[in-house]
Design a protein around this ligand. Structure first.
Ligand code: WTA
Length: 655
């Protein structure tokens, strides 16, 4: 997106909410920055700590910041035990709906867990983990779909101080193996399979292939989700969860560990510009404070709300806003296993109607897909329970915002676009109906949250005026911030803190409007957002080069009406290999197998050379123009004339 096309001056309000003056927001925001320590101290004090911190923020060794030093805390305790103590033992914490439906389109499987029941299940799971030899600081990999056991095992791990590494169930065996190896996980938890668009995905098969290459894994726990026959189980390594649970005393209680605030709670792998995906590490106390605060400010959760976040637990949104967030505020939440359009395009709307979802968190890609299906599908359902809707993962185009506001929100909701990333641990820029709500604008991210100092800077790190595109930075540490990259402190410094010394570099282009609202425009680096999923062009290129026919590969993202962006590959073949439709399909399949379906290039162009600058950088802008069959534009600024000529030739060749 480019700044010129954005509706900076379009203010939207409604009479269901109290909208405040923007100047007043900024005044309060400035106070939170001025009294930074007191402000965060106050927020953190709303959580229950076993021991209070001695130092709110240790910034003596930047960028290795430590939050709430000396504090002792436990996420599973806050999420479960505390809710039971507060009288929510019989309140429904989780409504889970499986994908399969009967002849009338009604779900065949719905499970409800109260906070009390979930606490029992988590205790049993924690007991199982301990029996399998998992203890504080051990890493466990979780390769599971959207089922209650996924949430139960994550909370169980955090109860005993184990570090989770969840791998999205759509990732390949190779991707899973890489992540297990990097984290050095000793246990893998997976399932026999799961439902996706009416088909069974046999997950254990993929997990087995990964474990062959994963040296650290000693044991594998398998959840029986589908009841598949003939699941190969290796004696002494693989265990059915239901067998393990049979040996657990029914009233078992596993004492929650009193963990240091900085104790890592999870590692989540995400893509960057170069190299393999990095293991982003998050702590316990800081993350809890940030997630708790944003559940209140951004989602404004009240006792009777029904909250639904459609993200998969394989991504950070699922970590912060499915597994932890709703439980920190004692909410009732919905989790759905399957595809949004199965068996037909109103599945999501039927879920909102069935459970009276009031707070809904989803993605622009999903919204654009539903726009394509048409208004009739949502119109068939009573969506009047909705009061707050937010999107996340990529910019929401003004048109998609307006559609959502009108069709889903009936012009009576708060609709926002929350900006954050895996590294930030929680929402950073957003409208805050639970704090101090300012007028909406179609497509903006809004102002930075209280206690968060965000800005847009030019290449020299100087703040830019409104209307000027620049780089998004965070100028002060924040509680949810990453605790580094697993096993690679140098890369942590280089990736986030070297470009603009003292500031966290997000890797996004953004622009401010006259009100100070931030509009994130998209990535400024070689990272793609395909249907909201973060992928590195470098990873796809390495996968392609791993194929015997490929000498060299370059991948760029091109605009897609639904997914926002889709990868397109340019491939130079080795001698003796013939370009053609079969090889093209084979290469697409190859990427699918190497990374997962989300990374599959929509097209593969065979070329004689990949145009590069003298310093060896792939000329991505040029390739993008070629892929779009658009004019090459101004090439005079490019360094290497011969490559430009090559590119021109290539362009002609492909025309
Ligand atoms: C993009 C997802 C615009 C952005 C939580 C960021 C957004 C990347 C928004 C992080 C939004 C996320 N508006 N862009 N509301 N939310 N992004 O790590 O480019 O998967 O850098 O975290 O998503 O992606 P990640």
């Amino acid at each position: 997106m480019e700044p010129g096309s954005l509706p900076f001056g379009e203010y939207v309000t409604n009479d269901k909410f109290v909208f405040q003056r923007i100047e007043d927001y900024w005044r309060r925001h400035a106070e939170t920055l001025k009294n930074f320590n007191e402000f965060w101290d106050g927020v953190a004090s709303e959580l229950e700590w076993f021991e209070k911190w001695k130092n709110l923020l240790d910034d003596s060794n930047p960028p290795f910041y430590k939050w709430f030093v000396g504090g002792k805390i436990n996420l599973s305790y806050l999420a479960l035990d505390l809710n039971v103590k507060k009288g929510r033992g019989n309140k429904v914490a989780l409504i889970w709906e499986g994908e399969p439906v009967d002849g009338n389109g009604m779900p065949l499987e719905v499970m409800r867990y109260t906070y009390g029941e979930l606490l029992r299940e988590v205790n049993k799971a924690a007991y199982v983990l301990k029996r399998l030899g998992v203890g504080k600081g051990d890493r466990i990999s979780i390769y599971l779909p959207m089922i209650p056991e996924t949430i139960i095992f994550m909370l169980a791990a955090w109860r005993i101080g184990a570090i989770t590494s969840v791998v999205f169930s759509g990732f390949s065996a190779e991707a899973l193996a890489d992540r297990i190896n990097d984290a050095g996980a000793k246990l893998l938890i997976t399932a026999d399979g799961f439902w996706r668009r009416g088909k069974i995905v046999p997950l254990k098969e993929t997990a087995d292939k990964a474990v062959e290459r994963a040296r650290s894994v000693e044991k594998v726990v398998v959840v029986k989700r589908i009841g598949l026959n003939n699941v190969p189980m290796r004696e002494g390594r693989d265990y059915w969860l239901h067998d393990l649970l049979r040996e657990v005393p029914s009233d078992v209680f596993v004492e929650p560990e009193r963990l240091e605030s900085e104790h890592p709670s999870f590692i989540l792998y995400t893509s960057g510009t170069t190299g393999k995906p990095k293991g982003i590490v998050h702590d316990t106390g800081g993350w809890a404070v940030h997630v708790y605060a944003t559940m209140k400010w951004v989602f404004d959760i009240r006792e009777h709300d029904v909250y639904w976040c459609t993200a998969d637990v394989g991504w950070v949104t699922g970590h912060s806003y499915v597994v932890l967030g709703p439980m920190l505020v004692g909410a009732t939440q919905v989790v759905y296993e399957g595809a949004p359009d199965y068996p037909q395009p109103d599945r999501w709307w039927s879920i909102i109607e069935r459970y009276k979802v009031s707070v809904f968190y989803t993605s622009p890609t999903a919204i654009r897909m539903f726009m394509k299906f048409g208004e009739d599908w949502p119109r068939r359902h009573d969506l009047s329970s909705l009061r707050i809707i937010h999107s996340v993962g990529e910019p929401i185009n003004p048109e998609a915002w307006r559609w959502t506001y009108r069709v889903l929100g009936n012009e009576k909701v708060v609709l926002g676009s929350t900006w954050w990333m895996t590294e930030t641990g929680g929402i950073m820029i957003s409208h805050t109906p639970g704090f101090f709500l300012v007028p909406m604008k179609p497509g903006t991210n809004g102002p930075p949250l209280p206690g968060i100092e965000a800005d847009i800077v030019d290449a020299k790190g100087e703040s830019v005026p409104p209307g000027v595109k620049g780089y998004l930075v965070i100028k002060r540490p924040w509680p949810g911030m990453l605790h580094g990259i697993w096993g690679d402190p140098e890369r942590y410094k280089a990736t986030y803190w070297a470009r603009f010394p003292g500031y966290f570099y997000a890797g996004d282009f953004a622009v401010k409007d006259q009100d100070g609202f931030i509009w994130v425009l998209g990535r400024a680096d070689e990272v793609l957002k395909v249907a909201g999923h973060r992928l590195g062009t470098y990873e796809i290129e390495s996968a392609l080069v791993g194929h015997p026919a490929v000498a060299e590969a370059a991948v760029v993202g091109v605009p897609d009406p639904i997914k926002a962006e889709t990868p397109v590959a340019f491939v130079v073949l080795k001698q003796g290999f013939k370009a053609g439709p079969e090889l093209r399909e084979e290469l697409r399949r190859h990427v699918r197998n190497a990374i997962g379906p989300i990374a599959e290039p929509s097209t593969v162009f065979f070329v004689s050379k990949v145009p590069k600058t003298r310093s060896g950088k792939i000329m991505r802008r040029l390739l993008r123009s070629i892929a779009l069959n658009a004019p090459l534009g101004d090439v005079s600024t490019l360094e290497d004339e011969t490559s430009v000529d090559e590119a021109r030739k290539l362009f002609e060749e492909l025309k």
